[in-house]
Unconditional design. Structure first.
Length: 242
């Protein structure tokens, strides 16, 4: 499970810090054994509400009460919520990213979501940009739900978006090339590089709505789909069953 990221192993944090300081950044490269090399445009981590995809905008609109923004990065969602008068705590395991968020005027903390010593209470927990990915493996979802129960006020909610990546394995005839013996198809290994900084490999989870709903029910939560995106992505709301 993710721990606090050392500065010399934090490519995303360095990219965020560079962009914050100069308004530009180099390539933030994303590597995986499952996909071709990709790139995250660093400017998108600083996007405004109008630049967010519809499901992120919908999540912002649904946020209420005291809000925890998990894996907040450069703080674009937290900033929008703060502009709306919300009380927001922004957490990330990247100290570089947290420093940038502080400089942008946010209540930002270097905190691991799964750290049991973090026991503050919130009415909304926001995991935007496939924030559920921090779970890494479906077998660790019960730990995620225990963490949510520790942090969520009575009547609170979790808002998260994710993507069903089965389309990657889909043939033209609609059949699927998925090795069921290899585990859940949404478990992806990633590694990031930025200039001379190379991060440690990490597991990242993309979860389809039905699987999320199943695990939610097994762990005492209700799961509701709030919106569908344009490409197998969706916004979901989790609440603790009474």
């Amino acid at each position: 499970m993710n721990t606090i990221t050392a500065d010399d192993k934090d490519p995303m944090g360095r990219a965020i810090a560079d962009y914050h300081k100069t308004g530009k950044a180099g390539k933030l490269r994303v590597l995986s054994s499952m996909f071709y090399e990709d790139e995250i445009p660093v400017a998108t981590l600083f996007r405004t509400f109008g630049q967010m995809p519809p499901q992120e905008q919908a999540a912002i609109e649904l946020c209420r009460g005291r809000i925890l923004d998990v894996g907040a990065g450069a703080g674009c969602h937290s900033l929008e919520l703060q502009k709306r008068g919300c009380e927001v705590v922004s957490i990330d395991i990247s100290e570089l990213s947290v420093q940038v968020m502080k400089e942008r005027g946010l209540d930002a903390r270097t905190v691991n979501f799964f750290d049991e010593t973090f026991t503050e209470k919130f009415d909304t927990i926001l995991l935007a940009m496939n924030g559920i990915g921090i779970v890494g493996k479906v077998e660790k979802l019960p730990l995620f739900f225990r963490s949510v129960k520790r942090l969520l006020n009575k009547g609170g909610q979790v808002l998260l978006d994710s993507t069903d990546i089965r389309y990657i394995f889909m043939n033209d005839d609609g059949s699927m090339d998925i090795n069921l013996a290899a585990g859940y198809y949404g478990e992806v290994d990633f590694k990031m590089r930025y200039r001379n900084t190379c991060g440690e490999p990490f597991d990242w989870l993309y979860i389809d709505f039905d699987t999320l709903s199943m695990y939610a029910g097994e762990n005492g939560f209700s799961c509701t789909k709030c919106a569908d995106g344009e490409h197998y992505d969706y916004l979901a709301k989790l609440t603790i069953k009474e």
